[in-house]
Design a protein around this ligand. Structure first.
Ligand code: NAD
Length: 501
């Protein structure tokens, strides 16, 4: 066994897992009975594991277990008691931070310094929503009759969550925390390529008091395990985080069962840089926007919209910055950008760069620091048409497409000229212009002289091909609950004869 494989196995053991991906259903680690799935280390290209798809059999068990556990969690425990369990989860996540970060770094190929931050964010999510557990209340509505009318927020029941491979643990925490805080049970299917940290999170959570079966993890494929869970009668809502193409399939499958869905999909976000911006600051922001996480971020600033007067200067600054970024082993503390997370995505990113080149765009890139692994060095595509795939399609790699504008109207039109609506930013010293652009650009999240700041307390989501519905903040509390309206006849005034349904 290689040293990396040994490090991975030790990290898995220290969070209570066996050294292979297993689903976690009703408190038990279980092997699937479906087709074989292979996990490759994106840095060493060594095979880490083969395991079996959870398949419909484990999906059905997981949904049944979630259904049984939900009523105890919501009805037998007080909100305060649920909050205490979530605080304990936050604590155990922090105590196992290094093991969780190590697993994520090896399996997803993310730099360990980023993984440590994401683990801490998961603890923060649990603690934030722990505080909401005993604060979910409704309203009293002054209806024009002799009734007392009040509302309650009730949990949806069992929710099915599907997550991608780019930030597996972070996304699991982002969705599981608001779901359980509001009294739901969860079945979650992480990407088949990065399932382990989600299992670790839930197993650790159960070790500190989360009831058995309240959250179940399926290690496996979408069309088998995922489809079976969508169809299971206990599942009442589907939350999908992933690509627009799969989102369409998932929302259609949910709609066929008359189940609502939340879709958190991709983006092609515009990062607008004005000539009056602090260029050094803006350039650092532009690098972080697209090169951190090797660009595998839904909100990546993948379209750089630069005022024509500063284009040459800015691209020169960017090229200098690109040369200083440290690419390398995700386990190395000093690595800033790791490999692309898997071979399929590596092929997609490299194909998009070649296509842009074939279509006449110029490509600015740098040498990779290593000849092993699925590395794509930071790259700028310049001179592409705003209608070209390089400017319209999600590349999901460390590749930014630079476009220029002259006027504010042109910048806004370019920013809105995609089928997405997830995020965007503007860098300018003109406060009025910054707010005008923030208002005019179609985006669920928009930054002014900043990029990529997000927090569990603030809503997140998109429109059009970026999806619908919101995660995080108080909006997530609404997504994971339903209003119930209760009418009590007080006998105080005569009933109104008309106006009832
Ligand atoms: P993907 O759509 O290929 O897969 C996402 C998940 O869907 C995986 O768990 C996969 O197994 C599952 N799946 C596939 N087919 C399915 C089916 N038929 N039924 C049910 N589930 C199915 O996405 P990916 O390549 O893993 O992730 C990259 C994408 O995720 C990018 O588009 C990125 O922008 C997006 N993303 C969005 C957000 C957000 O919050 N908006 C966050 C992270 C990533």
């Amino acid at each position: 066994m290689s040293e990396r494989a040994l490090t991975l196995h030790q990290a898995m053991q220290s969070v209570g897992l066996n050294p292979l991906p297993q689903s976690f259903v009703n408190g038990q680690l279980l092997d699937g009975d479906g087709e074989t799935i292979e996990l490759i280390d994106p840095y060493s290209e060594e095979r880490l594991f083969t395991y079996h798809d959870a398949n419909a059999s484990l999906a059905n068990l997981a949904c049944d277990a979630a259904s049984s556990a939900q009523s105890h969690w919501y009805k037998d425990l007080t909100g305060a008691a649920r909050g205490q369990v979530m605080q304990a989860i936050a604590q155990t996540v922090l105590e196992h931070s290094e093991s969780l970060a190590t697993i994520e770094a090896i399996v997803a190929g993310k730099p360990i310094r980023d993984c440590r931050v994401e683990v801490a964010k998961v603890a923060e999510m649990m603690a934030y929503y722990a505080g909401w557990c005993d604060k979910m209340h409704g309203d009293v509505i002054p209806v024009p009759s002799g009734h007392l009318n009040y509302t309650m927020r009730e949990p949806v029941g069992v929710v099915f969550q599907i997550t991608p491979w780019n930030a597996p643990l972070f996304t699991a925490g982002w969705q599981i925390a608001p779901a359980i805080a509001t009294g739901n049970a969860v079945v979650i299917k992480p990407s088949e390529l990065t399932p382990i940290t989600t299992v670790a999170l839930v197993k650790l959570a159960e070790s500190v008091g989360l009831p058995k079966g309240l959250v179940n993890v399926l290690c496996g494929l979408g069309p088998t395990a995922g489809q079976a869970a969508i169809e299971h009668p206990a599942v009442r809502k589907v939350i999908f985080v992933g690509s627009p193409e799969t989102g369409r399939i998932v929302a259609t499958a949910a709609a066929a069962q008359l189940k609502p869905a939340v879709l958190e999909l991709g983006g092609k976000s515009a990062n607008i840089i004005y000539s009056d911006a602090n260029l050094k600051h803006a350039c650092l922001g532009a690098q972080a926007a697209i090169f951190s996480g090797a660009g595998q971020s839904c909100v990546a600033g993948s379209r750089l919209l630069v005022h024509a007067s500063i284009k040459d200067e800015l691209l020169e600054l960017l090229a200098n910055g690109m040369n200083r970024i440290k690419l390398g082993d995700p386990l190395d503390d000093s690595t800033e950008v790791g490999p692309i997370s898997n071979r399929r995505q590596y092929e997609h990113v490299t194909q998009m760069i070649s296509q842009a080149k074939d279509q006449g765009a110029s490509i600015r890139t740098r040498q990779s620091d290593t000849d092993q692994g699925f590395f794509v060095p930071p790259t700028v595509i310049d001179g592409a048409s705003s209608k070209a795939d390089a400017a319209q399609k999600e590349i999901f790699g460390p590749v930014v497409t630079a476009l220029t504008f002259e006027t504010e109207a042109e910048a806004i039109a370019l920013a809105n000229d995609t089928h997405f609506g997830l995020a965007g930013a503007v860098w300018t010293a003109d406060v009025g212009r910054a707010h005008r652009i923030a208002n005019a650009v179609r985006a669920g999240t928009f930054w002014i002289n900043s990029y990529k700041a997000i927090h569990v307390s603030s809503p997140f989501g998109g429109s059009l091909n970026s999806g619908f519905g919101r995660s995080s903040g108080t909006d997530a509390l609404m997504e994971y609950t339903m209003a119930k309206s209760v009418w009590v006849d007080t006998g105080e005034t005569p009933q109104i004869a008309f106006g009832y349904v």
